[in-house]
Write a protein of this length. Structure first.
Length: 315
């Protein structure tokens, strides 16, 4: 294989692996996910409802696209549907996907990916009239680490980089930086302010896999709306259900190609886990005392902004 082709293959594999683009989401839907999903009562019929409140939007080019509405709050309200969506990267959307996304009425898309991810994975494909905002949140070098591990093709190097609990420790460190990094906090805060000020203009935010940076943003938004912590955590953990079949396909392809003898080394990087979320929330408590302190002191959100967020998002 030529050097140029090797670089291309490595880039494609790393891009698909690290942050999940999908050629055909429906083809990789797990039997468990298909069995547990049913068409909701939505007038458009475009949602899949898993459990009672998690609403997936099925696309061919992305697997983890969801409406964050529908959750009940402590006050007995319910988060409005059709205003805020979370997703993985939108760079591989098909023409049919674009029609579906256009039907959501999106006005704004916030992209948390860093420049290296955009370089390998490509810019979002969006319907006409949607405003895209790049708002990078650091992955603490995860993407580059994955590219290096996979491109090495060396089992010993891959084990040294990712084995022995190192991948899990890496993920916990990433989650802590969601709280400790002023730059990261600024990006999350800007997104919350944009949601609060958005009127009836629907917004979607995403990273590449739609599970870590996007997962934390979703968790923070739901908690800020007084959604119970257990419910917000369930939304976070649901990425494992939506991504499992595709991520397994990626691991199988890496093994078949000979790029990794033990692709299971990647599982801690592909999954979301309670202890990753716990690392962020423990850091939040250490730095700001409680969740309210994180919102006000950490993210710099004043009471007026928090009230606007409630008014817009909860009915």
């Amino acid at each position: 294989m030529s050097r140029a082709r090797t670089r291309l293959v490595t880039a494609v594999i790393a891009s698909a692996l690290a942050l999940g683009t999908l050629p055909a989401a429906s083809a990789y839907a797990s039997p468990a996910a298909r069995a547990s999903a049913s068409v909701s009562a939505s007038a458009s019929g475009r949602y899949l409802q898993q459990a009672e409140t998690i609403r997936q939007i099925p696309l061919q080019g992305a697997v983890n696209v969801r409406d964050l509405g529908g959750y009940r709050t402590w006050s007995g309200g319910r988060v409005r549907q059709g205003l805020v969506y979370r997703s993985d990267a939108l760079s591989k959307l098909t023409q049919g996907d674009l029609t579906t996304v256009s039907g959501l009425g999106l006005k704004r898309v916030v992209d948390f990916r860093i420049p290296m991810e955009l370089q390998y994975d490509g810019a979002d494909r969006l319907p006409a009239g949607v405003t895209a905002t790049s708002r990078p949140v650091s992955d603490l070098g995860l993407y580059a680490t994955l590219v290096g591990a996979i491109s090495s093709g060396d089992p010993a190097t891959q084990e040294q980089m990712l084995g022995g609990g190192r991948a899990e420790a890496y993920m916990r460190d990433i989650y802590r930086t969601f709280v400790t990094s002023p730059a990261n906090r600024a990006q999350f805060a800007a997104t919350l302010r944009e949601i609060a000020d958005g009127g009836q203009d629907p917004l979607l935010f995403h990273c590449t896999s739609g599970k870590d940076r996007t997962g934390w943003m979703s968790y923070v938004l739901l908690r800020a709306l007084a959604v119970p912590e257990d419910t917000a955590t369930s939304d976070y953990l649901a990425s494992n259900t939506f991504r499992a079949a595709y991520d397994a396909q990626v691991r199988a392809a890496l093994k078949q190609s000979g790029r990794m003898q033990n692709p299971d080394l990647l599982i801690p990087l592909q999954e979301v886990r309670q202890d990753y979320l716990d690392a962020a929330t423990a850091q939040l408590t250490a730095d700001y005392g409680d969740f309210y302190g994180y919102l006000t002191d950490g993210l710099g959100l004043d009471l007026r902004t928090l009230a606007k967020l409630q008014s817009r998002m909860v009915r």
